[in-house]
Design a protein around this ligand. Structure first.
Ligand SMILES: Cc1ncc(COP(=O)(O)O)c(C=O)c1O
Length: 391
Protein backbone atom coordinates (compact mmCIF):
# COMPACT_ATOMS: atom_id res chain seq x y z
CA UNK A 1 0.00 0.00 0.00
CA UNK A 2 1.35 3.47 -0.83
CA UNK A 3 1.83 5.62 2.27
CA UNK A 4 -0.70 8.43 2.41
CA UNK A 5 0.90 11.87 2.25
CA UNK A 6 -1.13 14.15 4.51
CA UNK A 7 -2.45 17.49 3.34
CA UNK A 8 -3.09 18.71 -0.18
CA UNK A 9 -1.10 17.32 -3.05
CA UNK A 10 0.28 20.45 -4.71
CA UNK A 11 -0.12 19.88 -8.39
CA UNK A 12 2.11 22.28 -10.32
CA UNK A 13 2.36 20.36 -13.56
CA UNK A 14 1.85 22.33 -16.77
CA UNK A 15 -1.23 20.28 -17.47
CA UNK A 16 -3.34 18.56 -16.50
CA UNK A 17 -4.24 21.15 -13.90
CA UNK A 18 -6.22 21.44 -10.67
CA UNK A 19 -9.93 20.80 -11.16
CA UNK A 20 -12.13 23.16 -9.12
CA UNK A 21 -14.42 21.41 -6.62
CA UNK A 22 -17.57 22.74 -8.31
CA UNK A 23 -16.39 21.28 -11.64
CA UNK A 24 -15.76 17.91 -9.99
CA UNK A 25 -19.26 18.02 -8.51
CA UNK A 26 -20.80 19.01 -11.85
CA UNK A 27 -19.25 15.90 -13.41
CA UNK A 28 -20.68 13.52 -10.78
CA UNK A 29 -23.31 12.25 -13.21
CA UNK A 30 -25.05 8.99 -13.88
CA UNK A 31 -25.27 7.87 -17.51
CA UNK A 32 -27.96 9.45 -19.62
CA UNK A 33 -28.94 9.26 -23.25
CA UNK A 34 -26.98 11.87 -25.15
CA UNK A 35 -29.99 12.80 -27.27
CA UNK A 36 -32.10 13.67 -24.21
CA UNK A 37 -33.19 17.28 -24.13
CA UNK A 38 -31.42 17.84 -20.80
CA UNK A 39 -28.10 16.87 -22.29
CA UNK A 40 -28.64 18.77 -25.53
CA UNK A 41 -29.06 21.93 -23.49
CA UNK A 42 -25.81 21.22 -21.62
CA UNK A 43 -23.95 20.53 -24.86
CA UNK A 44 -25.23 23.71 -26.53
CA UNK A 45 -24.35 25.80 -23.47
CA UNK A 46 -20.82 24.35 -23.34
CA UNK A 47 -20.28 24.87 -27.05
CA UNK A 48 -21.54 28.47 -26.94
CA UNK A 49 -19.35 29.17 -23.90
CA UNK A 50 -16.29 27.79 -25.65
CA UNK A 51 -17.03 29.93 -28.70
CA UNK A 52 -16.99 32.97 -26.39
CA UNK A 53 -13.66 31.97 -24.86
CA UNK A 54 -12.21 31.45 -28.35
CA UNK A 55 -13.73 34.70 -29.72
CA UNK A 56 -15.10 32.63 -32.58
CA UNK A 57 -18.64 32.18 -33.88
CA UNK A 58 -18.05 29.26 -36.27
CA UNK A 59 -17.69 25.49 -36.08
CA UNK A 60 -16.08 23.54 -33.25
CA UNK A 61 -15.49 19.82 -33.73
CA UNK A 62 -15.13 17.85 -30.49
CA UNK A 63 -13.44 14.46 -30.12
CA UNK A 64 -13.05 11.99 -27.29
CA UNK A 65 -9.27 12.42 -27.36
CA UNK A 66 -6.41 14.43 -25.92
CA UNK A 67 -4.49 17.13 -27.75
CA UNK A 68 -2.71 14.63 -29.99
CA UNK A 69 -6.10 13.54 -31.34
CA UNK A 70 -7.03 17.14 -32.12
CA UNK A 71 -3.71 17.65 -33.93
CA UNK A 72 -4.35 14.54 -36.02
CA UNK A 73 -7.98 15.45 -36.71
CA UNK A 74 -7.00 18.94 -37.79
CA UNK A 75 -4.30 17.83 -40.20
CA UNK A 76 -6.21 14.97 -41.84
CA UNK A 77 -9.27 17.17 -42.34
CA UNK A 78 -7.47 20.15 -43.87
CA UNK A 79 -4.81 18.59 -46.08
CA UNK A 80 -4.02 15.87 -48.61
CA UNK A 81 -0.94 13.70 -49.05
CA UNK A 82 1.65 15.73 -50.94
CA UNK A 83 0.51 19.11 -49.56
CA UNK A 84 3.18 21.17 -47.80
CA UNK A 85 2.78 22.86 -44.41
CA UNK A 86 5.21 25.07 -42.54
CA UNK A 87 5.58 24.24 -38.84
CA UNK A 88 7.21 26.90 -36.69
CA UNK A 89 9.69 25.00 -34.54
CA UNK A 90 10.71 25.87 -31.01
CA UNK A 91 10.30 22.89 -28.75
CA UNK A 92 9.04 19.41 -28.09
CA UNK A 93 5.41 20.08 -29.02
CA UNK A 94 6.02 21.80 -32.36
CA UNK A 95 8.41 18.95 -33.23
CA UNK A 96 5.78 16.35 -32.28
CA UNK A 97 3.06 18.14 -34.30
CA UNK A 98 5.38 18.10 -37.33
CA UNK A 99 6.22 14.40 -36.87
CA UNK A 100 2.54 13.45 -36.59
CA UNK A 101 1.71 15.47 -39.72
CA UNK A 102 4.45 13.82 -41.79
CA UNK A 103 2.99 10.37 -41.01
CA UNK A 104 0.02 11.23 -43.23
CA UNK A 105 2.17 11.95 -46.28
CA UNK A 106 1.88 15.71 -45.76
CA UNK A 107 5.22 17.40 -46.47
CA UNK A 108 6.46 19.33 -43.47
CA UNK A 109 8.84 22.26 -43.72
CA UNK A 110 10.18 22.93 -40.25
CA UNK A 111 11.23 26.47 -39.49
CA UNK A 112 14.14 25.81 -37.14
CA UNK A 113 14.52 28.43 -34.41
CA UNK A 114 16.38 29.10 -31.18
CA UNK A 115 14.29 27.18 -28.60
CA UNK A 116 15.10 29.74 -25.92
CA UNK A 117 13.66 32.65 -27.94
CA UNK A 118 11.19 31.30 -30.50
CA UNK A 119 10.80 32.31 -34.12
CA UNK A 120 12.03 35.66 -35.45
CA UNK A 121 9.27 37.30 -37.45
CA UNK A 122 11.68 38.48 -40.17
CA UNK A 123 12.75 34.85 -40.68
CA UNK A 124 9.13 33.73 -40.97
CA UNK A 125 8.22 36.53 -43.34
CA UNK A 126 11.26 35.90 -45.56
CA UNK A 127 10.30 32.20 -45.73
CA UNK A 128 6.76 33.08 -46.78
CA UNK A 129 7.94 35.66 -49.32
CA UNK A 130 10.33 33.13 -50.84
CA UNK A 131 7.40 30.76 -51.46
CA UNK A 132 6.36 32.46 -54.71
CA UNK A 133 4.27 29.51 -55.91
CA UNK A 134 2.35 29.35 -52.63
CA UNK A 135 3.28 25.74 -52.15
CA UNK A 136 2.91 26.21 -48.38
CA UNK A 137 -0.73 25.46 -47.55
CA UNK A 138 -0.56 26.33 -43.86
CA UNK A 139 1.54 27.89 -41.14
CA UNK A 140 1.31 25.95 -37.86
CA UNK A 141 2.18 27.76 -34.64
CA UNK A 142 2.18 26.49 -31.06
CA UNK A 143 0.87 29.53 -29.15
CA UNK A 144 2.53 28.47 -25.92
CA UNK A 145 5.36 25.94 -26.26
CA UNK A 146 4.78 24.08 -23.00
CA UNK A 147 8.22 22.47 -23.09
CA UNK A 148 10.20 25.72 -23.21
CA UNK A 149 7.71 28.26 -21.79
CA UNK A 150 8.10 30.48 -24.84
CA UNK A 151 4.87 32.03 -26.12
CA UNK A 152 4.46 33.24 -29.68
CA UNK A 153 2.83 36.55 -30.66
CA UNK A 154 0.09 35.17 -32.93
CA UNK A 155 -1.01 38.61 -34.23
CA UNK A 156 2.56 39.14 -35.50
CA UNK A 157 2.41 35.82 -37.34
CA UNK A 158 -0.88 36.94 -38.92
CA UNK A 159 0.82 40.20 -39.92
CA UNK A 160 3.75 38.29 -41.47
CA UNK A 161 1.30 36.26 -43.58
CA UNK A 162 -0.54 39.42 -44.63
CA UNK A 163 2.62 41.38 -45.38
CA UNK A 164 3.95 38.50 -47.48
CA UNK A 165 0.52 38.38 -49.22
CA UNK A 166 0.55 34.67 -48.55
CA UNK A 167 -2.79 32.79 -48.69
CA UNK A 168 -1.74 29.89 -46.40
CA UNK A 169 -4.10 28.80 -43.64
CA UNK A 170 -3.04 29.85 -40.15
CA UNK A 171 -3.25 27.03 -37.55
CA UNK A 172 -2.69 27.58 -33.83
CA UNK A 173 -2.23 25.07 -31.02
CA UNK A 174 -3.76 26.69 -27.92
CA UNK A 175 -3.55 23.63 -25.69
CA UNK A 176 -1.59 25.43 -22.96
CA UNK A 177 -2.75 29.00 -23.62
CA UNK A 178 -6.55 28.98 -23.95
CA UNK A 179 -8.13 30.13 -20.69
CA UNK A 180 -4.70 31.30 -19.47
CA UNK A 181 -3.82 34.27 -21.59
CA UNK A 182 -5.27 36.38 -24.38
CA UNK A 183 -6.41 34.53 -27.44
CA UNK A 184 -8.78 35.86 -30.14
CA UNK A 185 -9.41 33.49 -33.01
CA UNK A 186 -11.46 35.72 -35.35
CA UNK A 187 -9.58 38.99 -34.77
CA UNK A 188 -6.23 37.28 -35.25
CA UNK A 189 -7.35 35.59 -38.48
CA UNK A 190 -6.78 32.04 -37.32
CA UNK A 191 -8.28 29.27 -39.46
CA UNK A 192 -7.98 26.27 -37.17
CA UNK A 193 -7.46 26.18 -33.41
CA UNK A 194 -6.39 23.01 -31.65
CA UNK A 195 -7.44 22.78 -28.00
CA UNK A 196 -7.78 20.36 -25.12
CA UNK A 197 -9.72 20.11 -21.88
CA UNK A 198 -7.01 19.56 -19.31
CA UNK A 199 -5.20 22.88 -18.88
CA UNK A 200 -6.78 26.34 -18.86
CA UNK A 201 -10.24 24.75 -19.08
CA UNK A 202 -9.60 23.01 -15.72
CA UNK A 203 -11.17 19.70 -16.79
CA UNK A 204 -9.81 16.16 -16.85
CA UNK A 205 -7.90 15.11 -19.96
CA UNK A 206 -9.93 13.37 -22.66
CA UNK A 207 -11.89 16.01 -24.56
CA UNK A 208 -10.18 17.79 -27.44
CA UNK A 209 -11.44 20.01 -30.21
CA UNK A 210 -10.70 21.98 -33.34
CA UNK A 211 -12.37 25.34 -33.98
CA UNK A 212 -12.47 26.13 -37.69
CA UNK A 213 -12.97 29.25 -39.83
CA UNK A 214 -14.98 29.35 -43.06
CA UNK A 215 -11.69 29.29 -45.00
CA UNK A 216 -10.69 26.17 -43.06
CA UNK A 217 -13.99 24.48 -43.88
CA UNK A 218 -13.49 25.25 -47.58
CA UNK A 219 -10.04 23.62 -47.42
CA UNK A 220 -11.58 20.59 -45.69
CA UNK A 221 -13.83 19.96 -48.69
CA UNK A 222 -10.72 19.31 -50.82
CA UNK A 223 -8.82 17.17 -48.32
CA UNK A 224 -8.16 13.56 -49.29
CA UNK A 225 -6.25 12.24 -46.25
CA UNK A 226 -7.84 9.01 -45.00
CA UNK A 227 -9.97 9.57 -41.90
CA UNK A 228 -12.93 8.01 -40.21
CA UNK A 229 -13.42 8.79 -36.51
CA UNK A 230 -12.10 12.31 -37.05
CA UNK A 231 -13.89 13.08 -40.35
CA UNK A 232 -15.60 16.49 -40.14
CA UNK A 233 -17.95 15.89 -43.10
CA UNK A 234 -20.22 13.35 -41.37
CA UNK A 235 -19.90 15.33 -38.15
CA UNK A 236 -21.42 18.34 -39.89
CA UNK A 237 -24.53 16.24 -40.57
CA UNK A 238 -25.04 15.45 -36.88
CA UNK A 239 -27.04 17.35 -34.24
CA UNK A 240 -23.77 17.90 -32.34
CA UNK A 241 -21.73 18.85 -35.44
CA UNK A 242 -19.08 16.79 -33.62
CA UNK A 243 -18.14 13.23 -32.67
CA UNK A 244 -18.39 9.92 -34.46
CA UNK A 245 -20.31 7.48 -32.27
CA UNK A 246 -21.19 7.88 -28.60
CA UNK A 247 -21.05 11.40 -27.21
CA UNK A 248 -19.21 11.52 -23.85
CA UNK A 249 -21.61 13.50 -21.67
CA UNK A 250 -19.58 13.96 -18.48
CA UNK A 251 -16.94 16.39 -19.80
CA UNK A 252 -19.67 18.72 -21.05
CA UNK A 253 -21.28 18.96 -17.62
CA UNK A 254 -17.83 19.89 -16.36
CA UNK A 255 -17.23 22.35 -19.18
CA UNK A 256 -20.44 24.26 -18.53
CA UNK A 257 -19.26 24.81 -14.96
CA UNK A 258 -15.62 25.59 -15.80
CA UNK A 259 -16.65 28.12 -18.45
CA UNK A 260 -19.13 29.63 -15.98
CA UNK A 261 -16.26 30.10 -13.53
CA UNK A 262 -14.07 31.75 -16.19
CA UNK A 263 -16.90 34.02 -17.35
CA UNK A 264 -17.84 34.96 -13.79
CA UNK A 265 -14.25 35.95 -13.07
CA UNK A 266 -14.09 37.72 -16.45
CA UNK A 267 -11.71 36.61 -19.19
CA UNK A 268 -9.50 39.68 -18.78
CA UNK A 269 -9.27 39.07 -15.02
CA UNK A 270 -8.39 35.43 -15.66
CA UNK A 271 -5.58 36.54 -17.98
CA UNK A 272 -4.42 39.14 -15.43
CA UNK A 273 -4.38 36.53 -12.64
CA UNK A 274 -2.27 34.20 -14.78
CA UNK A 275 0.10 37.09 -15.58
CA UNK A 276 0.39 37.94 -11.87
CA UNK A 277 1.14 34.37 -10.75
CA UNK A 278 3.54 33.90 -13.67
CA UNK A 279 5.25 37.17 -12.74
CA UNK A 280 5.67 35.95 -9.17
CA UNK A 281 7.15 32.66 -10.41
CA UNK A 282 9.61 34.48 -12.66
CA UNK A 283 10.52 36.89 -9.87
CA UNK A 284 11.38 33.85 -7.75
CA UNK A 285 13.31 32.22 -10.59
CA UNK A 286 15.32 35.38 -11.25
CA UNK A 287 16.17 35.70 -7.55
CA UNK A 288 17.21 32.02 -7.44
CA UNK A 289 19.34 32.69 -10.54
CA UNK A 290 21.14 35.58 -8.85
CA UNK A 291 23.57 33.11 -7.27
CA UNK A 292 26.51 32.00 -9.44
CA UNK A 293 26.23 28.48 -10.92
CA UNK A 294 22.56 28.33 -10.08
CA UNK A 295 19.38 27.87 -12.06
CA UNK A 296 18.24 30.06 -14.99
CA UNK A 297 15.00 30.89 -16.72
CA UNK A 298 15.00 28.85 -19.93
CA UNK A 299 13.19 31.51 -22.00
CA UNK A 300 15.60 34.32 -22.88
CA UNK A 301 13.16 36.79 -24.43
CA UNK A 302 11.12 38.63 -21.77
CA UNK A 303 8.48 39.61 -24.34
CA UNK A 304 7.81 35.92 -24.84
CA UNK A 305 7.66 34.73 -21.25
CA UNK A 306 4.75 32.35 -20.86
CA UNK A 307 2.03 33.19 -18.38
CA UNK A 308 1.01 29.54 -17.95
CA UNK A 309 4.30 27.71 -17.31
CA UNK A 310 7.90 28.50 -16.37
CA UNK A 311 10.75 26.27 -17.53
CA UNK A 312 13.82 26.41 -15.29
CA UNK A 313 17.25 25.25 -16.41
CA UNK A 314 19.42 23.62 -13.74
CA UNK A 315 23.25 23.67 -13.65
CA UNK A 316 25.03 21.08 -15.85
CA UNK A 317 26.13 19.12 -12.80
CA UNK A 318 22.54 18.53 -11.57
CA UNK A 319 19.82 16.20 -12.83
CA UNK A 320 16.58 18.22 -12.83
CA UNK A 321 14.61 15.04 -12.20
CA UNK A 322 16.44 14.57 -8.89
CA UNK A 323 15.14 18.00 -7.83
CA UNK A 324 11.62 16.98 -8.91
CA UNK A 325 11.96 13.77 -6.96
CA UNK A 326 12.70 15.74 -3.77
CA UNK A 327 9.70 17.95 -4.49
CA UNK A 328 7.44 14.95 -4.92
CA UNK A 329 8.74 12.72 -2.15
CA UNK A 330 9.53 15.25 0.58
CA UNK A 331 6.99 17.98 -0.10
CA UNK A 332 4.15 16.32 -2.05
CA UNK A 333 4.59 18.80 -4.92
CA UNK A 334 4.36 17.61 -8.51
CA UNK A 335 6.16 19.57 -11.25
CA UNK A 336 6.76 18.95 -14.95
CA UNK A 337 9.97 17.40 -16.26
CA UNK A 338 12.09 18.24 -19.29
CA UNK A 339 10.90 16.82 -22.60
CA UNK A 340 13.09 15.26 -25.30
CA UNK A 341 16.43 17.12 -25.51
CA UNK A 342 15.62 19.00 -22.31
CA UNK A 343 15.12 15.84 -20.26
CA UNK A 344 17.09 16.06 -17.03
CA UNK A 345 18.15 19.64 -17.78
CA UNK A 346 15.00 21.53 -16.83
CA UNK A 347 11.97 21.33 -14.61
CA UNK A 348 8.72 23.13 -15.28
CA UNK A 349 6.42 24.92 -12.86
CA UNK A 350 2.87 25.03 -14.18
CA UNK A 351 0.85 28.06 -13.10
CA UNK A 352 -2.27 27.61 -15.16
CA UNK A 353 -5.87 26.97 -14.29
CA UNK A 354 -7.43 27.10 -10.84
CA UNK A 355 -4.65 28.75 -8.84
CA UNK A 356 -4.12 31.63 -6.41
CA UNK A 357 -1.28 33.42 -4.63
CA UNK A 358 -0.86 31.12 -1.58
CA UNK A 359 -0.88 28.08 -3.85
CA UNK A 360 1.90 29.41 -6.06
CA UNK A 361 3.87 30.60 -3.02
CA UNK A 362 3.56 27.14 -1.48
CA UNK A 363 4.96 25.59 -4.63
CA UNK A 364 7.76 28.17 -4.87
CA UNK A 365 8.71 27.59 -1.21
CA UNK A 366 8.91 23.85 -1.83
CA UNK A 367 11.07 24.46 -4.92
CA UNK A 368 13.37 26.72 -2.91
CA UNK A 369 13.76 24.01 -0.25
CA UNK A 370 14.44 21.43 -2.97
CA UNK A 371 17.16 23.69 -4.43
CA UNK A 372 18.72 23.95 -0.98
CA UNK A 373 18.57 20.18 -0.42
CA UNK A 374 20.08 19.67 -3.89
CA UNK A 375 22.89 22.08 -2.92
CA UNK A 376 22.15 24.31 -5.88
CA UNK A 377 23.27 27.86 -5.08
CA UNK A 378 20.30 30.23 -5.14
CA UNK A 379 19.10 33.64 -4.01
CA UNK A 380 15.90 34.29 -1.99
CA UNK A 381 13.19 33.46 -4.55
CA UNK A 382 10.11 33.22 -2.33
CA UNK A 383 10.86 36.63 -0.81
CA UNK A 384 11.13 38.06 -4.34
CA UNK A 385 7.81 36.46 -5.32
CA UNK A 386 6.09 37.91 -2.22
CA UNK A 387 7.59 41.31 -3.02
CA UNK A 388 6.25 41.01 -6.59
CA UNK A 389 2.77 40.08 -5.37
CA UNK A 390 2.58 42.95 -2.91
CA UNK A 391 4.25 45.65 -5.04
C1 LIG B 1 1.22 22.87 -26.51
C2 LIG B 1 0.79 21.44 -26.47
N1 LIG B 1 0.40 20.84 -27.60
C3 LIG B 1 0.01 19.55 -27.62
C4 LIG B 1 0.01 18.80 -26.48
C5 LIG B 1 -0.38 17.36 -26.55
O1 LIG B 1 -1.60 17.21 -25.90
P1 LIG B 1 -2.01 15.83 -25.16
O2 LIG B 1 -0.91 15.50 -24.23
O3 LIG B 1 -3.28 16.26 -24.48
O4 LIG B 1 -2.23 14.81 -26.21
C6 LIG B 1 0.41 19.36 -25.26
C7 LIG B 1 0.42 18.59 -24.02
O5 LIG B 1 0.90 18.99 -23.00
C8 LIG B 1 0.81 20.72 -25.27
O6 LIG B 1 1.22 21.33 -24.14
Amino acid sequence: MPVRKPGRHFFANPGPTNIPDSVLRAMDRASMDFVEADFLEIFDTARAGLQKLLFHDGEIFFYAATGHGAWEATMVNLFSPGDTVLVIGGGYFSTAWAALTAKFGIQVEMLEVDWRRGVEMAHLQATLEADKSHKIKAVCAVHNETSTSVKLPLPEIRAALNDARHPALFLADTISSLGCFEFRMADWGIDAVVGGSQKGLMLPAGLAFTAVSAKGLAAHKKSTCPKFYFDWSPMLERRFRSFTGTVPIVPFFGMVESLRLLEDEGFENVWARHARLAGATRAAAKAWASANDGVQLYCQDPSRYSDSVTTILVPETVNADAVREILREKFNVSTGGGLAALNGHVFRIGHMGDLNEPMILGTLAAVEMALKLSQIPHGPGVAAAMEFLTA
